[in-house]
Design a protein around this ligand. Structure first.
Ligand code: URA
Length: 247
């Protein structure tokens, strides 16, 4: 089907961005066992104990703990850690890969071009940053926008784990391969992970393509729109509210 003949809100969103090249991260070639070259064994991560999510304070104290984080080398080159933002009570957690240049400068997730597209994708199913929480696998920008290495992911993984524990989302959406691989501890590609919910310790995880990939590849718009419809149906069934809805 010619790209221009797709008629749906997501297509409108993507079309408004044009289809010219955007900065896409390149995965480092895998070393033996799939580990990136230079990868070092995973290190245990200690994050501050936080007891409950009742008043938002646990999330804030976790956020503060990130300020001077040097758990991995990314802490030495970043401008700002990007903890995440949104509504901690929404029940919906979106997880991307890691901050890019705009996010590094602002300290906010998904504010660059891919982030603007993400906003439009969310809007197509009546979601916005007040009706979900957006975080990343790693909280600091990998230099040159490279894919974070396995040791960086492991070093930072405890923060995301703690975010999930505090937020207790009703559903997690993995945006792209890095998030899917990390959250589901799988080597399967996105193509084979899409189209169903995966159980992650009792939390359903939906996998879709990263918005940056969508900007690059026209053919991914339709699958992402299908994924968003699946998310919307799930949220309706689970009673998770979207904008202007009771769930
Ligand atoms: N890409 C990501 O994966 N996360 C961001 O926050 C921005 C771009």
């Amino acid at each position: 089907m010619p790209a221009g003949s797709i008629r749906d809100p997501l297509w409108d969103a993507v079309r408004s961005f044009g289809l010219e090249a955007v900065h896409i991260r390149r995965a480092p070639s895998a070393g033996p066992g799939g580990a990136p070259p230079g990868g070092v064994p995973a290190t245990a991560v200690e994050v501050p104990a936080v007891e409950s999510a009742r008043d938002g304070e646990p999330l804030e104290s976790l956020r503060r703990s990130l300020g001077e984080c040097r758990r991995c080398r990314l802490g030495e080159t970043r401008l700002n850690p990007v903890f995440g933002e949104g509504n901690p009570r929404s029940g919906v957690l979106l997880v991307g890969e890691g901050p890019g240049a705009s996010e590094d400068e602002s300290g906010r997730p998904f504010v660059g071009r891919a982030g603007q597209l993400l906003d439009r994708i969310l809007a197509s199913i009546e979601l916005d940053r007040n009706s979900c929480f957006i975080a990343n696998v790693v909280k600091c920008r990998p230099p040159g926008n490279r894919v974070p290495s396995s040791d960086e992911i492991e070093a930072c993984g405890g923060i995301l784990e703690e975010q999930i524990r505090i937020l207790q989302p009703g559903v997690i959406v993995a945006l792209g391969a890095t998030a899917a691989t990390h959250l589901l501890r799988t080597r399967q590609g996105i193509n084979s992970l899409r189209n169903r919910f995966h159980d992650r310790g009792g939390i359903p995880v939906l996998v879709t393509y990263h918005p940056a990939a969508l900007l690059r590849t026209d053919a991914l718009k339709r699958p992402v729109w299908d994924d968003m419809k699946r998310l919307r149906e799930f949220m309706q069934g689970a009673g998770l509210p979207r904008n202007g809805s009771d769930g």
